[in-house]
Design a protein around this ligand. Sequence first.
Ligand SMILES: Cc1cc2nc3c(=O)[nH]c(=O)nc-3n(C[C@H](O)[C@H](O)[C@H](O)COP(=O)(O)OP(=O)(O)OC[C@H]3O[C@@H](n4cnc5c(N)ncnc54)[C@H](O)[C@@H]3O)c2cc1C
Length: 515
Amino acid sequence: MTTRASRAVVIGAGFGGLAAAVRLRARGYDVTLLEALDQPGGRARVFAQDGFTFDAGPTVITAPYLFDELFALVGRDARDYFELVPVDPFYRILFHDGGSFDFVGDEERLLAQIAAMSPRDVDGYCRLAAKAKAIFDVGYTKLADRPFHRASRMAAVLPSMMQLESFRSVYALVSRYIRDERLRQVFTFEPLLVGGNPFRTTSIYLLIHWLERQWGVYYARGGTGAIVRALVTLLEELDVDVRMNEPVAEIVVEGGRAVGVVTSRGQRIAADIVVANGDPSNIYTDLVDAKHRSRHTDRAIARVKQSMSLFVGYFGTSRQYTDLAHHTVVMGPRYKGLLDDIFRRRVLADDFSLYLHAPTRSDPSMAPAGHDAFYVLAPVPNNRSGVDWSARGDEYFDRILAELERRVIPGARASMVTSLRMTPHDFEHTLRSRDGAAFGPEPLLTQSAWFRYHNRSPDVDRLYFVGAGTHPGAGVPGVLNSAKVLDRVVPPAAARVAARSGYVDHDLSERRVAR
Ligand SMILES: Cc1cc2nc3c(=O)[nH]c(=O)nc-3n(C[C@H](O)[C@H](O)[C@H](O)COP(=O)(O)OP(=O)(O)OC[C@H]3O[C@@H](n4cnc5c(N)ncnc54)[C@H](O)[C@@H]3O)c2cc1C
């Protein structure tokens, strides 16, 4: 007698989709992973050009235990698949007035720098760090990997969120402890890493500060792409059917329940559950017929405030700049004014604040010998701005390079041997993100936890979401945690009885190892 195993289809091979596929396989599902692009990773895909390797997106790897957990779930050791190396400093922040600050994990070195810059803020920082830890203990430890599809759950956590002052913005809360404006920038820019404006994002995102202090900041040798490749290798070892160049055109719903998908080539794949890793706004409107969506109507989705977008320029130089840190934040002349231009006014400003990634400082293999690989990232308004990037992109990139030459990479343009770029247009059309947002819905209090797209669809039974657009939100730890939530909301897989089918099932549980 044969019982077929439960089948899952995962749409999208971003970190959320890859992690979901591992977790579902570990629970006994037969998994098919369908990715529209020609390579896995989504925002974490890789551009290889002229001997240089450019990670397209995430470069700051935090909470590495989340990767360890995934591999351990199926009896493997992540260290056999990729190597993480600590980065020190976590970030070097260059202020517009010429000063700099190294954000490091070591408290003594951190306090010494604060004392040198603003002695009266040392005590304030210690109290701020304690506050960030208290927020982390609730906002991360208790909420990040738990489902939020019931309003009662939101009601249960609201009192502690109020007690932790989640109604204040990150900037407002930090300003209660820190008086020096440069230090306020140092301790408030982190929400930008998940698409949040520090002036209006809930202070719960201060947890990122403690998350970095708690576990450190890492770089994957060979780049973040090495982690993506490791996860795909793992999935292949687990007999997951991983397919590239396979956009999904429709989620098939019958009797209110997801029963499979249709690919853009017209192939129908039956499934007991469907997990979507793409942007939920577009997954709903483009893949789920409106008649199945009483809650997520087109009008309701149009009201979601999407996060900012990014302009990212990737380039290689024939010179090396050995004094640079691995991660540098180059602050512009304006902080709040620039963020208002990006988030509120949605205009492309003449000035910018930049993040510069210099992976060759940790790993020479990312560029040909004697060369340096870089990417520079500027937060910009999403496509509601109406900016025509095909017309403005070249000029914008050139202005950024001029600023980098002036402040950090002298002679960058003269020594540039290769370059490419990604604009909000690519986020919208290549990565299929609503309004070209780089991080899904903006992380506001009114778009977090229960208010964010739920991991379990309220409209369609057996349809689930992982990734930046759903709870808990953007960033690699966020999307890995969204996959963890699945373990609490997805039904157990039907057991496979292989006796007469000749199919040898993998007993994944036997491979579990103690770490
Ligand atoms: C430039 C940049 C830098 C960043 N830096 C950091 C960082 O340093 N640290 C950090 O933690 N986070 C960082 N982030 C955020 C982090 O990268 C993202 O939040 C995270 O990688 C998103 O993962 P995801 O699971 O949501 O999937 P995504 O990466 O968004 O992938 C979704 C996938 O779904 C596919 N897809 C969509 N629709 C379909 C369909 N219909 N059919 C098939 N496939 C489909 C897409 O092609 C895509 O591959 C950065 C983001 C960007 C853009």
